[in-house]
Ligand binder design. Structure first.
Ligand code: MD3
Ligand code: FE
Length: 217
């Protein structure tokens, strides 16, 4: 424990914050693994490029997305769903990099959800102005599993509401290296990302990347 702390492998206990029922924010938790995670993103995007998908209502999303794992989240005029193949190439999505699954399993364990084994990862890429309007994540087959999110690059303002769309909304800043484990009641809470502000991150430039590790199937 103390040795891990000194080695920079474990953040101090003050970096743990319960931001909702069953939702634990681990500030800076991914920092020791950022380079490996980013290498995974580059590898995935080489095989399944980022693209701006279209919502069922016909709007192009401002966030660019790609996926890896057994299934990928997609949207088009036909609706939202998980698909085994990338519609852009008709080939299976790239495999989940082990660094992604390892980090998700360890973070979930840390948050009190042992045995979490993700089978899918949605990778979101934001540039200044890009946003994600308030929504719930309900396309996974069984919504009892937690979701682990990792924020990289420019900081963003995360909106966190409740089960009902009209519930009060809190704002939480998510920065480079922050990990959040969304389980329990929070798993189905409404959430979104406000338009990304201009900025330059030393490693990622004018970009924010968010990984969400999920059990989709
Ligand atoms: C709370 N992504 O991919 S991460 C998404 O930053 C998504 O790109 C945002 O919402 C992003 O669906 C927010 C935080 C997050 C992710 C998934 C959640 C919060 C969540 C699922 C349930 C509840
Ligand atoms: Fe979401």
């Amino acid at each position: 424990m103390m040795a891990d702390l000194l080695a920079g492998l474990e953040p101090p206990p003050a970096a743990r914050e319960e931001i909702g029922p069953g939702a634990l924010l681990l500030r800076g938790w991914a920092l020791p693994r950022v380079d490996t995670l980013l290498a995974g993103v580059v590898e995935v995007a080489a095989q399944a490029p980022f693209r701006h998908m279209v919502t069922p209502g016909g709007f192009q999303m401002s966030v660019a997305m790609t996926n890896c794992g057994q299934a990928g989240w997609v949207t088009d005029r036909g609706g939202y769903r998980y698909a085994a193949n990338d519609p852009a190439t008709d080939r299976p999505w790239p495999a989940l990099p082990p660094a992604f699954s390892d980090l998700a399993g360890a973070a979930a364990h840390e948050a009190g959800y042992p045995g979490f084994a993700p089978d899918a990862c949605l990778i979101n890429r934001y540039e200044p102005g890009a946003r994600l309007t308030l929504h719930q994540d309900k396309d996974e087959r069984y919504q009892g599993h937690p979701i682990v999110s990792v924020s990289l690059g420019l900081p963003a303002v995360f909106q966190f509401g409740g089960l009902k769309r009209a519930d009060p909304i809190r704002r939480v800043s998510l920065a480079h290296g922050d990990v959040v484990v969304w389980g329990g009641p929070s798993r189905l809470f409404h959430h979104g990302i406000l338009p990304l502000k201009e900025g330059l991150h030393p490693q990622l430039g004018a970009t924010r990347i968010n990984l969400t590790l999920r059990r989709a199937l």
